[in-house]
Design a protein around this ligand. Structure first.
Ligand code: F6P
Length: 342
């Protein structure tokens, strides 16, 4: 019986468990055996695995996180680790590995495919910043969590006549900020794709006050940057893939707005709440469709691909073309959001 391995790498997100379940269930139907590799690429370096059968994937559909665990391990940081990955791939008798991840995890998968290992990728991330798919799963859940949070901040902002600054995740793309901002009726949305002009922001807030709106909601993406300022970081230290840890722009912005306008301002940083908990129905369905398609590709012997959503069709693209290019916000969406500023 041919064996499929599954791993989840990078930051977790809601929808990973539905994807694992879908790959496992479809693979078992197609007469493959299935194992889970624990904690992303780290598990393949250490040969840390678990058997996946009908019972081990039962009941995980609505659960956030990943039953396999995850890590931001990059085997290409150390040539010895790549060697171990190749060795263990053979020793575990993997016919194909399904790598579920964002750009970093899929970048590793792409390199391994070039080294003649059978791999198929499934795109996930709350950031929705992968260029070769319309949506990654995890994004819809994060947007819904942020939308609900902003709705809640709205009522307290209104009662206290305050400015509420809400910092959301999304790395170097403004997808979460713009979707949640539109959905929750933000008065200003600030994104990495457009440096922040503080005078412009304060002018919008003053105008609102003048027309009798004593409160305002400002949504800021963690990767947004004030013009002429440096990017605000939580940690300078880079991870194994070279990423800095973003975070803190909300507080910097809140202070500056309060000083410039004199309006009482509070700041909320949503942080990892956006990544936790149960996936939305949309993310469960998308993750399930991706999982099924991944096994169909394996069955057809089509390796080195990433499953992808194009319109409402699940299709696939070469991994090599799917990684390395950041999908920034579609600015047509930002122009829609701008209609409601002020
Ligand atoms: O990529 C997902 C993400 O949540 C980003 O939005 C955020 O910048 C980053 O991961 C946070 O990383 P960590 O989980 O290491 O704190």
């Amino acid at each position: 019986m041919r064996r499929i391995g599954i791993l989840t790498g990078g930051g977790d997100c809601p929808g990973l468990n539905p994807a694992i379940r879908a790959v496992a269930r479809k693979a078992l139907i197609e007469n493959f055996s299935v194992i889970g590799i624990k904690n992303g690429w780290k598990g393949l370096i250490k040969k840390d695995v678990m058997k996946l059968d009908l019972n081990s994937v039962s009941g995980i559909l609505p659960r956030g996180g990943t039953i396999l665990g995850t890590s931001r391990t990059n085997p290409f940081k150390n040539p010895g680790d790549v060697k171990k990955v190749k060795q263990n791939f053979k020793q575990l008798k993997l016919y194909c590995l399904v790598a579920i991840g964002g750009d970093d995890t899929l970048g590793v998968a792409s390199k391994l495919f070039k080294m003649r290992l059978n791999v198929v990728g499934i795109p996930k991330t709350i950031d929705n910043d992968l260029s070769a798919t319309d949506f990654t799963f995890g994004f819809d859940t994060a947007v819904n969590i942020a939308t609900e949070a902003i709705d809640r901040l709205h009522t307290t902002a209104e009662s206290h006549h305050r400015i509420m600054v809400v910092e959301v995740m999304g790395r170097h793309a403004g997808w979460i900020a713009t979707y949640a901002g539109i959905a929750a009726g933000a008065d200003v949305i600030l994104i990495p794709e457009k440096p922040i002009d503080l005078n412009e922001v304060c002018e919008i807030l003053r105008k609102r006050k003048k027309r009798g709106k004593g409160f305002s909601i400002v949504v800021v993406a963690e990767g947004a940057k004030i013009k002429e300022d440096k990017l605000v970081l939580k940690k300078e230290k880079r991870d194994a893939f070279g990423h800095v840890l973003l975070g803190g722009i909300g507080h910097v912005l809140g202070d500056r707005i309060e000083k410039m306008t004199g309006f009482e301002t509070r700041v909320t940083v949503l942080g990892h709440i956006q990544r936790g908990g149960t996936p939305t129905a949309f993310d469960r369905v998308l993750a399930t469709r991706y999982g099924i398609k991944a096994v169909e590709l394996i069955k057809a012997g089509k390796f080195g691909k990433m499953v992808s959503l194009s319109g409402n069709e699940i299709t696939s693209v070469p991994l090599a073309k799917a990684v390395g290019t950041l999908k920034t916000l579609d600015m047509r969406l930002y122009n829609i959001a701008k209609v409601f500023f002020g």
